[in-house]
Design a protein around this ligand. Structure first.
Ligand code: MOS
Length: 690
């Protein structure tokens, strides 16, 4: 077909290429990969928060018909590197948190494995533990990797001189990723070679972490993960379940071992978002312009492995303010290991900042959008660099027009219908834009079909479809001529599907490969020819502060007598550069907003400090949003391209949808009732007049 007539595949709302296979049950997820006579794993987990294992009696379990092996720290393979406290399991008798893996039973059926695990007697010696998160705990300290603090000017003097001051502490609770597909792995050792069929956001990054620990070369570890049933960050780094399966399989060479983490165990073993407190002190002139900005953030962490939630990140660049002091601290506790959850840092950090901005707007008698307009920085306050394409105000104004913001009565508790108080709220969204270097892609041509291979991941985000569109345009062929292969370390190296960097990073590799391919083989290539390309760094990331922006608008109704809260409608307006596939992109934005609704309304891991574990560890008691919670959601975006993002013109969209969404809802709840909720979730708050 003539290039002049060929329509661009990028920008078209293609349906998911993997959709038909998924709805028919034909898309192989990790646990479903067919293997011969597999063994099933059931874990042994600690019932105490801290201490040591004194003995393990597996006599009764071993005697059970169908039990093949009971693995403990006595006989587990010794790892070559035990520096990662989360992954270095079964290496000694120490217990660092309740739920920690202490061993595993392998049996010929899952039922036998589970029953046998119940027959194992683990004796422990408990040590005093601390699982109580408090921002004023004496052991609150800077993160091990160093604090990313900011100190500009004299914030205390500026606060003292400010005409208006908002001085409030906000908190966000533990939140759990809860993808539909649990973390699952099949492991099989063949000699010194290990194969893992697993559910991961990055096959190559997982291999890079696991192979050195297992004492093998990366080439001796193959990881296969073509389809992933959600991850939200919890499959962005390997967790101990993968290691446990690999260690267990090592004890039964040649046999495949299958393990699906139970929903309950996911609350302790596959990462979660830690709790944060955020103390904001914002000083402003009466006209709303910020003169002093102080934020002290603390997040909970684990003594087993540190994970500092970067809740200060968005506050570094969002708004103007000459005098600034921003600090980040952690409190290591005897609890499970936190990790990435969709927009780590930004999602909780924008709860505090965007509620504080709402409070400041009211204190100044300003519309909250106008307050943000008045505090729009010229240059990035964090780096001093110009912004690549900062269109926050466009998002706020365009979103306001679509939402009907102009009709809003600014007074809280002003609108009542039946027994319901109705309010609306707004909050900004932001997420950094970045492209990771190092991904490689290979293109091979056979009989009019272009096989495009890269170890990328599709965790439900639409990679299969969007990357096919990118490849088609790069080769100037129809998407039907592209045969994409992803999710396997046997394919060229790919960076993680994380930090909203996936598609942009892999696309750079595919585009580089396509360029080489076309240069070397022309537009009528012979059969069997191929080319390789690698993603380079984006030099613009040195010259610009690269972020995406957005605005969330929410309307809630709150039952005056009972406090029941309903999210009536929500509208998100985003600026994310070029949109590759409007259909899958809309899903990404709506999914993020839905997760933000859960964060606002009801998600909270209830950690019982007496025992050190999350007690509401299932979907009956840990509430994620369902259809009944989501009445009307809309996502829109500015029609734009970002030249600084590279030839694709696109920034990532995986995470920005959640950022700010919860604050918009909390602000709407205040507008409805006049009651300010500063500790998420909103549900269960006292909205009764006092
Ligand atoms: Mo995302 S939390 O960076 O996988």
């Amino acid at each position: 077909m003539s290039d002049l007539l060929r329509a661009s595949a990028i920008g078209t709302a293609r349906v998911r290429l993997d959709g038909p296979d998924k709805v028919r049950g034909r898309a192989p997820y990790a646990y479903e990969h067919p293997v011969e006579s597999p063994l099933h794993l059931h874990p042994l987990c600690s019932s105490i928060a801290r201490g040591r294992v004194t003995s393990i009696d597996a006599t009764a379990a071993r005697a059970l018909d169908g039990v093949v092996h009971v693995l403990t720290h006595h006989d587990a393979h010794r790892l070559a590197d035990t520096g990662d406290g989360e992954l270095a399991i079964l290496q000694d008798d120490r217990i660092g948190f309740r739920g920690q893996y202490l061993g595993a039973v392998l049996a010929d059926t899952p039922e036998t494995a589970r029953h046998a695990a119940d027959l194992v007697t683990v004796t422990t010696e408990a040590a005093p533990h601390d699982a109580d998160f408090r921002h004023d705990h004496p052991e609150v300290r800077a993160p091990e990797g160093g604090a990313d603090d900011v100190e500009d000017g004299d914030v205390e003097a500026a606060l003292a001189a400010a005409e208006i001051v908002v001085d409030q502490r906000y908190s966000t609770p533990l939140e759990h990723n809860n993808p539909m597909e649990p973390h699952t792995t099949i492991a099989r050792w063949d000699g010194e070679e290990l194969t893992l069929w697993t559910s991961t956001q990055g096959v190559h990054p997982a291999r890079q972490t696991l192979a050195p620990m297992l004492g093998i070369e990366p080439e001796q570890l193959r990881i296969i993960s073509p389809h992933v049933g959600g991850g939200f960050g919890s499959k962005g780094v390997p967790h101990a379940d993968m290691m446990l399966t690999a260690l267990a399989a090592r004890a039964v060479p040649g046999r495949a071992v299958k393990y699906a983490v139970s929903r309950q165990h996911m609350f302790a073993l596959t990462g979660y978002r830690p709790a944060t407190t955020q103390h904001f002190r914002i000083g402003a002139r009466r006209d709303g312009s910020i003169t002093a900005f102080a934020l002290d953030a603390v997040s909970s962490s684990s003594r087993t492995k540190e994970f500092p939630e970067q809740a200060i990140k968005p506050s570094r660049q969002m708004y103007a303010g000459e005098h600034r002091r921003i600090t980040q601290r952690v409190l290591p506790l005897d609890i499970a290991v936190p990790s990435w959850m969709r927009a780590p840092g930004e999602a909780p950090g924008m709860v505090g900042l965007e509620i504080a901005m709402d409070e400041l707007a009211l204190a100044c008698g300003l519309d909250p959008i106008e307050l943000r307009v008045r505090n729009e920085p010229e240059l990035d306050p964090d780096t001093g660099l110009p912004f690549n394409q900062r269109r926050l105000i466009d998002c706020l104004r365009e979103g306001a027009a679509r939402f009907g913001w102009a009709e809003r009565d600014p007074r809280p508790r002003a609108r009542r219908e039946g027994g319901w108080l109705i309010g609306t709220g707004v909050a900004s969204a932001t997420y950094p834009a970045s492209r990771q270097p190092g991904s490689q892609a290979r293109i091979r041509h056979t009989a009019g079909t272009f096989e495009v291979s890269i170890g990328a991941a599709d965790l439900g985000t639409g990679t299969w479809t969007a990357l096919t569109q990118v490849a088609a345009d790069a080769l100037e062929v129809d998407p039907e001529q592209i045969a994409l292969r992803i999710g396997d370390t046997a394919l060229p190296n790919a960076t993680v599907a994380g930090g909203s960097t996936g598609l942009a990073s892999w696309s750079a590799a595919v585009m580089a490969a396509a360029q080489t391919f076309r240069r070397e083989h022309g537009s009528a290539p012979a059969d069997g020819v191929d080319a390789i390309g690698e993603a380079a760094e984006n030099p613009a990331e040195e010259e610009y502060a690269m972020h995406s922006y957005g605005a969330h608008f929410a309307q809630v109704s709150i039952q005056e007598d009972t406090g029941e809260i309903r999210l009536d409608r929500m509208l998100g307006m985003f600026s994310a550069g070029r949109i590759i596939n409007p259909r899958t992109a809309r899903s990404q934005f709506l999914g993020g907003m839905t997760m933000g609704a859960g964060m606002a309304l009801h998600e909270k891991g209830e950690l019982d400090p007496r025992f050190g574990h999350v007690v509401n560890h299932d979907l009956a008691e840990y509430h994620v949003p369902v259809n009944a919670d989501i009445r009307h959601l809309e996502a829109h975006w500015l029609d734009e391209e970002d030249p600084q993002a590279g030839p694709l013109g696109a920034r990532g969209i995986g995470e920005i949808g959640i950022v700010g969404a919860a604050a918009a809802i909390a602000n709407a709840a205040h507008h409805a009732t006049g009651v300010r909720v500063r500790d998420l979730p909103v549900f269960g708050s006292d909205f009764l007049p006092r």
